[in-house]
Every structure is written in structure tokens, then in C-alpha cells.
Design a protein around this ligand. Structure first.
Ligand SMILES: Nc1ncnc2c1ncn2[C@@H]1O[C@H](COP(=O)(O)OP(=O)(O)OP(=O)(O)O)[C@@H](O)[C@H]1O
Length: 302
């Protein structure tokens, strides 16, 4: 098994009557980009803050690199960008980083390294206040990367960015991951998580509904079929996919729980039985479909 960088066990945070985080047990493996996905108020930030030792859990525990979260030597191995970075507006990007690096007794070469990582070398000498929101956010990532942390935690890193800034941030996360960085990224944007994460934890109302790879979460591919006569087509499809494996879509097409590789055999059977096949396409459920399916189930609402 891969090394676990994060392991939480029944992590819980209560604020008065409100359970902000409810028995969350999750794992993050070394080298992966873990997407922490959930709507606003789901409990993502609170969970991340407990991992960083910024707040104490009401119950349960978090271990980082095998050590209890919150110990200063453990926190020092995590780089985090939570709720926007605080920088001095009149200092340059580089000087802002220098104040942080000095405090941590890191050499100036470290500044050049992290500025290069986030592609801000050319603008490093400009005042922070003149930076675009995307650049400010990238400088925040640079600050989090000072000292080569074992774990990088990014809380909604694309929040407030324009589409170009979002794309830059996603590309940055991908490039860090390619260099072997372990990243936890929280987001309420499903497409974003789908695009850049290896595994996903879906959180709603403080509860971790599911933890899996993006592919598993999407339940693999399905086939969409349009064929006539519809009833004859349905009967044949059910023989292969089972009664629960077929769904009639509003537009008369059938959604079939079979992978694309099943299409040739299915088409042969249909044609052999005198059914006209008008269209067969392989369609993947989006993470968004899956997410709403999960969160709209009654039992999941606490
Ligand atoms: N200090 C606090 N005191 C009281 N309630 C809090 C506190 N911090 C968070 N909460 C509540 O806990 C719940 C989870 O909040 P949290 O910020 O963790 O959610 P989130 O998933 O990060 O959402 P967002 O994307 O909006 O930041 C919310 O209902 C929030 O109002």
C-alpha cells in the first residue's frame, strides 16, 4: 500500500448545536491530488483546519505523515493556502516571500525556486498590489511551497478567479503533481475536481459521503441507445444489462449500464432481432450527476 500522508479517523467538529464535521475518515496517499468536493458550508475548510492543527477536533483524530496533526513539527511539513493569502501590498512578490522565508530561516535560493514553480519569476519585483487576482493566488501557492512541504493544502484555490486565472491555477496544480507533490484541493466546482484530481472525497453536511477515484465515482461509462421499435429494443437490452441496468431517458433513448466495449455485441443482437439501431454512443456520467444523486438521497441529509 502507498504511504499515507493524511489519515483521519472519525474527525468531528461541533460548533454549539451545529455539527460542522461529522465523523470524517479519509486518507490521502503520497503523490496524489486529492479533491475535497462539496457545496458551500459542507465542512471542507473546517476539516482542513483540523488537519493543519489550527482548530481542535471535538472528537476523532487526524494524523499527518503518521504523526498527530497539530504538532508544530508536523504542521511545518504542510504548506497551506486557506482563505486567501495575506501579503503586504506595497512589497514586491519576492520581498513578501522573503519575509516569510527569513522567518523560517530558508535561503534566498528558495525564493527563486518557488517563484519559478508558480511562473511568477518575471513579475517577482513588481508590487503585490498591482498583481491580478490569479497572480496573487499563485504567490500564495509559492508561499505555501516554501521549504518543500510534504503536503500542499489548497482551499478553494480558484475561488474568485476569472476563467483564465482558473485555468492557470489548474495547470499549476497539475505541474506540481507531476513533480511528485501531494496535494489536497478543496472545491465546489465539480468539473475542476474531475479534471485534475486522482481521488475525490465528497462531503455534504459535514459527512464524507464517498471516497474513491474519479472514475469509480462516475461509475464507469454507459451506453446511450436509440432504436425502434423501442419496446423490442428494451427487452433485448434488458437481457444483457439486467432490468436495473437500463433507464429510459426523456427523449426516447435508453441509458444502459454497460461499457463501450459491449456495443458491437449489443448492436448485433438488436439487428438480428429486427430492431433498427439509429444511434449508439458511449456516455460518461459527469461528476455533477453523481454528486447530485448522492446528496439528494434522503438518508444522506442529517
Ligand atoms: N467558527 C465557527 N463557528 C460556528 N460555525 C462555524 C464556524 N466555522 C464554520 N462553521 C460552520 O460549519 C459549517 C462548515 O463550514 P466550512 O467553512 O467548513 O464549510 P466549507 O465546506 O468550507 O464551505 P465554504 O466553501 O463555504 O467555505 C458551516 O455551516 C459553517 O457555518
Amino acid at each position: 500500500m502507498n504511504e499515507l500522508v493524511v489519515e483521519t479517523d472519525g474527525l468531528t467538529k461541533r460548533y454549539g448545536d451545529r455539527l460542522a464535521v461529522d465523523r470524517v475518515s479519509m486518507t490521502v496517499e503520497r503523490g496524489e491530488v486529492y479533491g475535497f468536493l462539496g457545496p458551500n458550508g459542507a465542512g471542507k475548510t473546517t476539516t482542513l483546519r483540523m488537519m493543519l492543527g489550527l482548530i481542535r477536533p471535538t472528537a476523532g483524530s487526524a494524523r499527518i505523515l503518521g504523526q498527530p496533526a497539530g504538532r508544530p513539527d508536523v504542521t511545518a511539513r504542510i504548506g497551506a493556502l486557506i482563505e486567501g493569502p495575506g501579503f503586504y501590498p506595497y512589497l514586491s512578490g519576492r520581498d513578501n516571500l522573503r519575509t516569510l522565508a527569513r522567518y523560517r530561516r530558508l535561503p534566498d535560493t528558495e525564493l527563486d525556486r518557488v517563484l519559478e514553480l508558480v511562473d511568477l519569476t518575471d513579475r517577482a519585483k513588481d508590487a503585490f498590489k498591482g498583481y491580478s487576482l490569479g497572480m496573487k493566488q499563485r504567490l500564495g501557492v509559492a508561499a505555501a511551497m516554501l521549504g518543500s512541504p510534504d503536503l500542499l493544502v489548497l482551499d478553494e484555490p480558484t475561488n474568485g478567479l476569472d476563467p483564465a486565472g482558473m485555468a492557470d491555477m489548474r495547470a499549476l496544480v497539475v505541474s506540481l503533481a507531476e513533480a511528485g507533490q501531494t496535494v489536497i484541493l478543496s472545491s465546489h466546482i465539480l468539473a475542476e475536481v474531475q479534471e485534475i484530481c486522482d481521488r475525490v472525497g465528497v462531503i455534504s453536511n459535514g459527512r464524507l459521503l464517498r471516497e474513491s477515484t474519479v472514475a469509480e465515482l462516475r461509475g464507469g461509462a454507459t451506453l446511450r441507445l436509440r432504436a425502434t421499435p423501442e419496446d423490442a429494443a428494451l427487452a433485448i437490452v434488458m437481457r444483457s444489462a439486467g432490468e436495473d441496468g437500463v433507464r429510459r431517458l426523456g427523449d426516447g433513448a435508453l441509458e444502459i449500464g454497460l461499457p463501450a466495449t459491449a456495443a458491437p455485441r449489443l448492436v448485433k443482437e438488436l439487428v438480428g432481432a429486427g430492431v433498427d439501431v439509429h444511434e449508439v454512443t458511449a456516455a460518461e456520467r459527469s461528476l455533477e450527476d453523481v454528486f447530485f444523486e448522492m446528496t439528494s438521497t434522503k438518508e444522506l441529509v442529517s
